[in-house]
Design a protein around this ligand. Structure first.
Ligand code: SF4
Length: 657
């Protein structure tokens, strides 16, 4: 193994690589947790590459975000340098939205779905081939400038660029990066792709075609695996909003408003009624209930609610006096008419988007939803402006069954406990190896304290008005006492706003940075960079949220972060969606609370605390401001109660210099 591994391996890294190799020989699945900074990416790459080279396999490495691809390419370059083996060649693939040069300056096209972009591209290519001055110039160059394409291919094989570097290089040559990428994938030992390339069937088929291999020749790697179950739930869910129905009505105004199902309904009328039904469902289930025929307002803390499984379609049948058979005819007609609109737009050089087509597809989905794997919800997230109904998939194993077809799969994360939850959620076999590797960093380098006099538990705060000010007292004491970079993680933007609205933030005497909801990536990075630079001076405070972009994806080595304050336990809110999920896991595994409440909260806590220690020399102290913290002892067995918080922190920081 060491001949592939590009650094001097630590003992724990040797262990990880040995375990992975064993799993690859046994053709099994391997789910493991190893703390951030433990070097798991390079361990997984080294062991799978070595096996793949020796056994003529290929590796599909999946990441949730495009940004995570970069780290993989950097490690791959290190392995290439170490092995000096040209077969160590990998390609980062992204969707057309990020690679299509024709879409680059067209906001409509760039926001197309992968299916819409694929149709748009096919048509452009056809046009390029059949008509001299029409179609896509970047595709024309790809077809005509063979030598230039060859040079790009060679350049890529020699330099192992990141996806961004590769797209830029192609852009400079005015050749479509997506098409060149397809060529490169064929020769790549490893392709690095977003989850969608593996878990969306139609995209997966294309990828496997480009690779020209069968399923059982693939070793699948899932990075940041804790994200995969929810990703799959969302991928297999579908929704219909009143905003989309408005789009349908505009479309019928623009392209004609024919009748459907042999004249039984007119499109615009049909859509108008659907919008009314969605609004009524929202009024009934989210806002209030009917009692003796009168609407009674109920207090609603959350903006979603269950709807009876057949209520939406029953209401359609009753309003139009039609049967289920006629409704199915209407759906078929909507899809057919939507396709016509798509074709028309396509020929006009536009994105082939049709809301009527989407409506037909949604209704087809809604009528066929399996209620043992889905819940039906009505959701109102925008104060009544755009309510929607949603078929929410509670069973991610629907989309994960393909994993069983691969030679083997490796799933890794810095925070994946309980591993059984991940295995069960995805429906991986009981033979799947589950391993939690201990942190390679000394526990002496961190302290985790918790306090018993505070909590963010809703009922406690409602009954004891002093809890809020006590929470703030602890936060301000820590921020104002220690001239070290301190991050305060709130459970949500709402809670952060509650403290801000009370005017508390003015108490902070140190430089204060606040992460705002909806900040652009560049604004956020600017904020983080400014905060980090304070670490070498008097220290600053940064207020952020758990489960956000900072707590999950940003590194703060050494003095860039020394104290992390966790305000409360970040249990998911008991929305209807959350309750439905919990009920499903209770029925299927008898573990609703553990899998859907405790585990996500633990992951958010560990992700936030994980910002403190990134290597052997890092030291840091975390404080959990919640009396419920001991319930998470099994996830952090070094956690201890503090009775004199400021002294305890002071003591630890003194010993850390
Ligand atoms: S060939 Fe490339 S640049 Fe042209 S439309 Fe397709 S993806 Fe876009």
């Amino acid at each position: 193994m060491v001949e592939v591994f590009p650094y001097t391996p630590r003992k724990s890294q040797r262990e990880i690589m040995q375990d992975i190799t064993a799993v690859l020989y046994e053709k099994k699945h391997f789910v493991f947790e190893s703390g951030t900074g433990s070097g798991k990416t390079v361990c997984v790459l080294s062991s799978t590459l070595k096996y793949a080279l020796e056994h003529q396999k290929r590796i599909v490495y999946t990441t949730r975000t495009n940004a995570q691809q970069q780290q993989v390419i950097l490690e791959l370059r290190a392995i290439r340098k170490k092995t000096n083996d040209k077969r160590v060649f990998g390609v980062g693939m992204q969707g057309r939205a990020n690679m299509c040069l024709l879409a680059e300056h067209d906001s409509e096209i760039i926001n197309g779905t992968s299916e819409e972009l694929s149709r748009f591209c096919s048509y452009q290519k056809k046009q390029t081939q059949s008509t001299k001055n029409k179609g896509c110039p970047f595709y024309r160059h790809f077809v005509n400038k063979k030598e230039q394409v060859e040079t790009i291919v060679e350049w890529t094989k020699n330099n192992l660029p990141t996806a961004e570097e590769f797209a830029k290089h192609c852009n400079q040559n005015e050749i479509c990066p997506y098409e060149v990428n397809k060529l490169l994938v064929h020769d790549a030992m490893i392709v690095i792709v977003p989850y969608v390339y593996v878990f969306d069937k139609s995209i997966r088929i294309k990828l496997l075609d480009w690779l020209a291999i069968s399923d059982d020749e693939i070793i699948l790697i899932v990075d940041e695996a804790h994200n995969l179950p929810e990703y799959l739930r969302q991928l297999f869910s579908a929704e219909l909003s009143t905003w989309m129905l408005t789009g349908c009505m505009s479309e019928s105004e623009k392209f004609g408003d024919p009748s459907l199902a042999d004249g039984r309904v007119i499109i615009s009328e049909f859509c108008k009624h659907l919008a009314e039904i969605v609004n009524i469902l929202r009024d009934t289930y989210v806002y209030g209930i009917l009692e003796n025929g009168l609407r009674k307002k109920i207090t609603q803390d959350y903006n979603d609610a269950f709807i009876p499984s057949h209520e939406f379609e029953s209401e359609i049948l009753s309003r139009f006096h039609i049967t289920s058979k006629t409704l199915r005819d209407i759906i078929s007609d909507l899809i057919a008419y939507g396709e016509k609109i798509q074709e028309y737009k396509q020929k006009d050089g536009k994105l082939p988007r049709s809301y009527l087509h989407k409506l037909g597809i949604f209704l087809e989905f809604w009528m066929n939803v399996e209620m043992d794997q889905y819940i039906k919800l009505v959701v109102d997230e925008s104060q009544g402006k755009n309510p929607r109904i949603e078929g929410y998939c509670v069973d991610p194993s629907i989309g994960a069954s393909i994993i069983n077809e691969f030679h083997a799969s490796i799933h890794m994360s810095g925070t994946l406990k309980p591993l059984e939850e991940y295995r069960d959620s995805l429906g991986l076999s009981k033979e799947t190896s589950l391993v939690c590797y201990p942190s390679p960093f000394s526990l002496e380098n961190r302290r985790v304290f918790f306090l018993r006099d505070v909590t963010t538990r809703y009922e406690d705060i409602a009954n004891d008005k002093t809890i809020f000010s006590r929470l703030w007292q602890h936060i301000s004491d820590i921020c104002n006492t220690f001239p070290r970079n301190t991050m305060v993680f709130f459970p949500s933007y709402n809670t952060l706003s509650l403290f801000r609205d009370k005017g508390y933030f003015a108490d902070i005497t140190r430089c204060l940075y606040i992460e705002e909801q909806g900040m652009s990536q560049s604004e956020l990075m600017g904020l983080v960079t400014d905060f980090k630079s304070c670490g070498s001076e008097d220290g600053a405070a940064l207020f952020s949220v758990m489960g956000g972009r900072i707590s999950e994806g940003t590194d703060f080595p050494a003095e860039e972060l020394e104290i992390a304050v966790i305000v409360g336990i970040p249990y998911p809110k008991p929305t209807a969606r959350q309750r439905g999920l919990q009920r499903y896991y209770d029925l299927k595994f008898g573990k609703g609370w553990e899998y859907t409440m405790e585990a996500p909260a633990a992951r958010k806590l560990l992700q936030s605390i994980g910002r403190l220690i990134r290597d052997e020399t890092d030291r840091g102290v975390a404080v959990i401001l919640d009396k419920r913290a001991p319930r998470f002892h099994k996830y952090m067995n070094d956690m201890q109660e503090s009775h004199h918080l400021v002294q305890d922190i002071s003591q630890f920081l003194k010993t850390s210099g």
